[in-house]
Design a protein around this ligand. Sequence first.
Ligand SMILES: O=P(O)(O)OC[C@H]1O[C@H](OP(=O)(O)OP(=O)(O)O)[C@H](O)[C@@H]1O
Ligand SMILES: Nc1ncnc2[nH]cnc12
Length: 186
Amino acid sequence: MSATPAATAVSNADIAALIADVPDFPKPGVTFKDITPLLSSPEGFAATVAALAASAPSGIDVVCGMEARGFIFGAPVALALGAAFVPVRKPGKLPREVVETTYDLEYGTETLAVHADAITPGARVLIVDDVLATGGTVAATADLVRRLGGSLVSVSVVLELAFLGPRAVLAGHGIDAVTALVTYED
Ligand SMILES: O=P(O)(O)OC[C@H]1O[C@H](OP(=O)(O)OP(=O)(O)O)[C@H](O)[C@@H]1O
Ligand SMILES: Nc1ncnc2[nH]cnc12
């Protein structure tokens, strides 16, 4: 007898169908990938979290999720893996000592911060986010993880804008283990 979990009935193509293109947001020339229809689908959201968790190597101690959309997927993935969740936040939000870094986005610049004691040296870390665009956010988070002594073992995202070349950027930071559920080639 076999049973098919509900989550596996939803394919990555189904997940892609729940991501909407919004032209010229937040500025002309950018096509914004809107994940809110995916979040509105309990089956789609559950399948996405399950697929992200399934993509992780074994023995993950910490999942880092970046404010804000990385929290939506990172926290449930951490629960699914039995790992700690560490929020990587925009500046001025964390109440204790932080390490922080500033980097470029597809549509601006951003600073991210993490509590200085958030990661035990040697901890095996998975980064989870919704979108991999230029790769700047993941690279910045990897920098924070490493400054705290964490071992970044993998990155999992819902969608990748491959035409922006993020893999080369991440490879330049020594990050080769990257999983995207949905990839846009153009
Ligand atoms: O690969 P990159 O070029 O760095 O872009 C990807 C990042 O951009 C978005 O975050 P954003 O800073 O827009 O913040 P939000 O999650 O608060 O919407 C997205 O959630 C990723 O974190
Ligand atoms: N095109 C895009 N759509 C949604 N989130 C993004 N983050 C960076 N680029 C993005």
